[in-house]
Design a protein around this ligand. Structure first.
Ligand SMILES: C[S@@+](CC[C@H](N)C(=O)[O-])C[C@H]1O[C@@H](n2cnc3c(N)ncnc32)[C@H](O)[C@@H]1O
Length: 252
């Protein structure tokens, strides 16, 4: 296993204690039980296209230091390894990190460093990175967690550094046309699965009502949060589905 080469980064063992599990802002889901599911999701055409969109928007350069937040089984981190100098791949789940270390070793990739850490507390020095990317991680944090993550990303970026991520971007309020379209498409897709799908609709509705499920934020919420964290040149593109692609720059 690689030791973290960025001065000031903590060892993975030290991070275990401070990985943010149970911290304010972090929602509770046992990601260790979902490694296979996350890996399967990362192989779907939808996620592969999303990876390509993020990489193309991020425009990585060979000398750059990069971080993937909520790296999971490495969709983005591995996709960037050939295009930049070093890729830090942080995830809150020990099993995801172990899995990614195993993949990295098996493929003889020498510049991807999986680390156990929370998006809300990054184990990297100030102004250490050129680029931070993320895919489908932030809707697992509540608003406070998302804001903490945005300000942590701002802290670890060099002046002029870029932040590019995709995530679910819609809200539950039925007053907004995009929210209505996204939610009704999800309900229709589940209903097509018959009784199991209806049960899922009920479970999901319960989670939304009790605030225990996923926490997507709207594109407008993200714009304000990114600007509030200090970013400039914020752009947010709503994708054809529930997702959005955000890009922002830490001013020089
Ligand atoms: C849906 S998976 C996406 C994984 C990967 N980015 C991809 O595109 O395939 C979400 C990932 O975010 C991680 N995650 C969730 N909450 C996190 C947090 N607070 N900090 C860091 N990682 C987190 C999970 O462990 C999981 O690996």
């Amino acid at each position: 296993m690689n030791d973290p080469p960025v001065p000031g980064a903590q060892s993975p063992a030290a991070l275990g204690a401070a990985s943010g599990r149970g911290a304010r802002g972090i929602l509770h889901k046992d990601w260790d039980r979902h490694v296979r599911q996350a890996d399967e999701l990362s192989r779907t055409p939808g996620f592969q296209q999303l990876r390509d969109r993020i990489v193309s928007c991020a425009a990585p350069r060979p000398q750059e230091q990069v971080l993937d937040v909520g790296a999971g089984t490495g969709l983005l981190a591995l996709g960037l390894a050939d295009r930049c100098a070093d890729v830090w791949a942080i995830d809150i789940s020990p099993a995801m990190v172990e899995h990614l270390r195993w993949v990295v070793a098996g493929r003889h990739v020498t510049n991807v460093y999986p680390l156990l850490a929370s998006a809300a507390s990054l184990p990297l020095e100030d102004a250490a990175l050129d680029l931070v990317v993320s895919n489908y991680c932030f809707h697992h944090l509540d608003e406070e967690g998302k804001r903490q993550a945005a300000s942590e990303v701002y802290r670890v970026l060099k002046p002029g550094g870029r932040f590019v991520f995709a995530d679910m971007m819609f809200g539950w309020s039925p007053g907004d046309g995009r929210n209505r379209a996204v939610v009704s498409a999800k309900v229709r897709a589940l209903a097509k699965r018959g009784p199991a799908g209806y049960a899922r609709i009920v479970r999901n509705a319960f989670k939304v009502l009790t605030g225990t499920g996923e926490r997507p934020a709207t594109p407008e919420w993200w714009r304000q949060a990114l600007e509030g964290a200090g970013f400039s040149c914020v752009s947010i593109e709503c994708l054809a589905h529930e997702g959005g692609l955000a890009a922002a720059i830490k001013s020089r």
